[in-house]
Ligand binder design. Structure first.
Ligand SMILES: [Mn+2]
Length: 452
């Protein structure tokens, strides 16, 4: 490499990564230059510049001649430059937060993902980060935004719908090299149609998720999932927030262990030991996520966590609500015996209002936790359109799996079920309005018959 000095004539080929007033940032794969010119360039253009180096501190070049490469040349040159940038991206080879077979197998994926996102940032691509609206999804978004500039928006439903896709296409319109990053949702069958829409519009999609994915996703999106290295329900135990923290650490971010703890507390994962502060933060985030409207950004959550008075008061409210609900819930539960399994069914609409904290899922989780692990237990809670299923570890060990039961119901109760899925120990169903009771009855029968 030749040494450069000011006033020297330079000749370079690079990709336009930023547009300022009559100035462009151009990256040749190794260095970033500021080019002064009257020429009109667009993001992603590959240009050949001849000029003189005016300022070494920011590699400012005054252009004498600029040539925009042809489409065919651009494609090839862009690939070359990207490859060079990737080679120059520094990755932190830090120890993993959790060391076991699954995380070791995922390590190369964490590193690849960190590189890919840092490259997208270097190219100044338009990035939309959509996070599931719960403690896990929010902590995942916190981790990613520690190293990635992007537009971050909340996704309330765990399914990416056609409506969501059409709205996002609107956001992506006219943006440069759009990239969608979904955390803690999006890899299931119910999201495929919407993903296809984004994909066919030329949007690149990244999904970082721990819900069981369907094979079809890998043809549409870049997927980072523990299920890809281990096809066993244990993979659900590696929450999106944890995965995102490992990616952020590979990208050079330090001291984000706490975020991984919050995600584990929120999703009841045992891969990291959580303390009361993690649990409290997860509870507060879950509480706020229920009340916050669609598209909420992250600052709102950051403020609540960082303002001690506000935090304390939200926490107290959340805890009181949980306690009151639990007391009403246990009085209303109906018990069915299915051999060794204790199967409880509860109608939730009498005790929980729509769009209120805690969510149906949280209530059923709380009941399940309080019933302990002395015998196999399955809790089924239902409202007007949703059914929530929780199993304790003993029930899972005995071979019961909520997601599997749902797959069977989707066949036998096809006309009543809108969507459904989840994990072995925690899953949910959406039915057409008014059919939850019928689907619940079918579920009870299915479980009972399985035992015989
Ligand atoms: Mn999650």
């Amino acid at each position: 490499m030749t040494t450069l000095s000011e006033g020297q004539h330079v000749s370079l080929e690079g990709i336009v990564t930023r547009i300022m007033r009559e100035q462009y940032e151009i990256n040749d794969g190794s260095l970033s230059y500021v080019i002064l010119t009257n020429e009109r360039l667009s993001l992603g253009d590959v240009v050949k510049v001849d000029g003189s180096l005016e300022d070494m501190s920011n590699m400012q070049v005054s252009a004498e001649k600029i040539e925009i490469l042809s489409v065919a040349e651009t494609k090839q040159k862009t690939d070359e430059i990207k490859k060079k940038i990737l080679e120059n991206i520094k990755i932190n080879d830090t120890e993993l937060l959790v060391k076991d077979e699954i995380t070791e197998a995922l390590k190369p994926e964490f590193i690849e993902m960190a590189k890919y996102l840092l490259l997208a940032q270097k190219l100044n691509r338009f990035i939309l980060l959509r996070f599931h609206g719960d403690a896990d999804g929010i902590s995942a978004a916190f981790a990613i935004t520690k190293f990635l500039r992007c537009k971050a928006e909340q996704q309330n439903a765990a399914i990416y719908s056609t409506r969501d896709a059409v709205r996002d296409l609107n956001t992506f319109n006219y943006q440069y090299a759009p990239l969608a990053v979904f955390v803690d949702f999006g890899a299931g069958q119910e999201s495929i149609e919407a993903l296809k829409l984004l994909h066919s519009a030329g949007v690149e999609i990244i999904i970082i998720d721990h819900h069981p994915p369907v094979d079809e996703v890998s043809g549409i999106a870049v997927l980072l999932s523990p299920w890809q290295v281990n096809d066993d329900p244990i993979s659900s135990q590696y929450p999106a927030g944890y995965l995102a923290c490992e990616i952020a650490r590979a990208a050079g971010i330090k001291e984000i262990d706490k975020l991984a703890g919050i995600s584990c507390a929120g999703d009841k994962s045992k891969i990291i030991d959580v303390d009361d502060s993690d649990k409290d933060k997860a509870l507060v985030l879950d509480f706020l996520a229920i009340y916050s409207s669609y598209g909420n950004n992250l600052d709102f959550y950051r403020n609540a966590i960082e303002n001690p008075e506000l935090f304390k008061s939200i926490l107290q409210q959340a805890k009181d609500k949980m306690k009151n609900l639990y007391e009403s819930a246990i009085k209303l539960m109906k018990k069915h015996n299915a051999g060794e399994l204790a199967l409880y069914v509860i109608e939730l609409d009498n005790i929980i209002k729509e769009q209120e904290f805690p969510s149906r899922g949280k209530v059923v989780t709380m009941i399940s936790e309080n019933l302990g692990n002395e015998r196999p237990v399955m809790i089924v809670g239902y409202g007007k359109k949703t059914i929530v299923i929780r199993l304790n570890q003993m029930a899972a060990d005995a071979g019961y799996a909520a997601d599997q039961l749902i797959s069977e119901l989707k066949v036998s109760m096809k006309n009543f079920i809108e969507s459904g899925g989840g994990h072995a120990k925690a899953a949910a169903i959406r039915t057409h309005e008014g059919y939850t009771k019928s689907v619940c009855d079918a579920l009870v029968e299915l479980v009972k018959n399985r035992e015989n």
